[in-house]
Design a protein around this ligand. Sequence first.
Ligand code: KG4
Length: 347
Amino acid sequence: MILAFESSCDESAIALFDEKGSLISEWIQSQISRHAEYGGVVPDLAVGEHLLNFFPLLELADEKYDLQYRVSSIAVTCGPGLIGCLGMGLSISKTLGLLWDIPVWGVNHLRGHAFSPFMALDFESYSDWQRFLPHLGLLASGGNTILFKLTEERYLEILAQTVDDAAGEAFDKGAKLMGIPYPGGAELEKHAKNGNPNAFAFPRAFSNKSDMKFSFSGLKTSLLYALKNMNEKQISDSFDDLCASYQAAAVDQLSVKTSQALEHAQYKSIGLSGGVANNERLRESLGEIAKKNKIFFLPAPKAHCGDNAAMIAHASLVDKQGLWPNHEQNLTFQPTLSLDQLPGTSF
Ligand code: KG4
C-alpha cells in the first residue's frame, strides 16, 4: 500500500491507496475551528496542531491495517504551502521511510488538486485518461486560481493565474466583510441560494479574451464600498442578495475565462478542483459550458475538493506513470512550488 501525508496548511490528513490506484481508506483532521477565532490560518498554531493530530491518525490507521508490514512506499506533500506545516508531514514521512526502509515520494500539492477529477477513474486502465485529453482544468482553492491545460502527452501547461487574491480568498474576504466567520465561502454560498444574483452589479475583472488572468481584489473592494453606502437595516434586508451578487461575480469570472480558453484551443474535457469546487453554482456553470461545447465535465468529487491525502497518493502514482518519478531521501519542503514543477531536493 501507499501511505500518503498532506499537511500543507490547516488539514492534517493521511490516506492509504493500493498500488493500482484505488483508495483504501483515509483519515482527516481539520483545524478550522482552531483558526476561526483569528479569522484565518495562524502558521505556528497550524504546525502545533499537525504535531498533535498526526500520531492519533496514524494509530487509527495502524490498528486497522498494520502499517509497518503492508506499506511499501510513502507519498508526501512537499509544497506549495506553509514551511512549518510542510516540514511536519515531511519529517514524519522521512522518519517512517527510514524506519521501514521504504521509498518516500515527494508530491506537488497543486498537482494533487489538478489530477483529483481523474481520481474516480480506474488506474489500471490509465489509457482511459486519453479520451479526456487535451483537458482544460480549473483549480480554484483558498491559495490558488489556475486555469491549465493537460496535453495528450500529459504535459501540464499553465494558461492563466490570479494576479492578486485567489478565488477562495475572495469568497473568504467577502464573507468576512459580511460578518460571516472564517472560512466563509461555504456559508456565503448558503445565503446566496436565497438571494438575487442581479441585485448588485459587482465587477468582473479581465473580461477581454486576450487577458488570460484572474483578479479578485477589485471585487472585494467593491463589496466594501457597497456596504459603506448602506446602513445596518439595508444590509440586513439585502444580505442574501449581496451574497448572491458577490458569488455571481466570482463564478462569472471563473466561467468566462474557462469559456475563453475553449475558444483558443480544442479540448475533450473540463475539470474542476480545489476547495471552491464545492460551490454548486460554479459546478453548474462549468457543467453548462461543457455541455454547450459537447465535451466531458469532470468535477472533483466533493469529498476530495478540499485538501486531502488521497489526492496526494493519486498524484504520486500519476507522476510515476507519467515517468516523472521523484524519489529522493533528501527531499525537503518547497513552499513556492508552481503547478508545472515537480518537487526536487532544493529549497
Ligand atoms: O482547497 P482548499 O481546502 O484549501 C486550499 O488549499 O486553499 O480550499 C479552501 C477554500 C476556502 O477559501 C473556502 O472558503 C473555499 O475553499 N470554499 C468555498 C466553498 N467551500 C469551500 N468557496 C465557495 N463556495 C463553497 N461552497
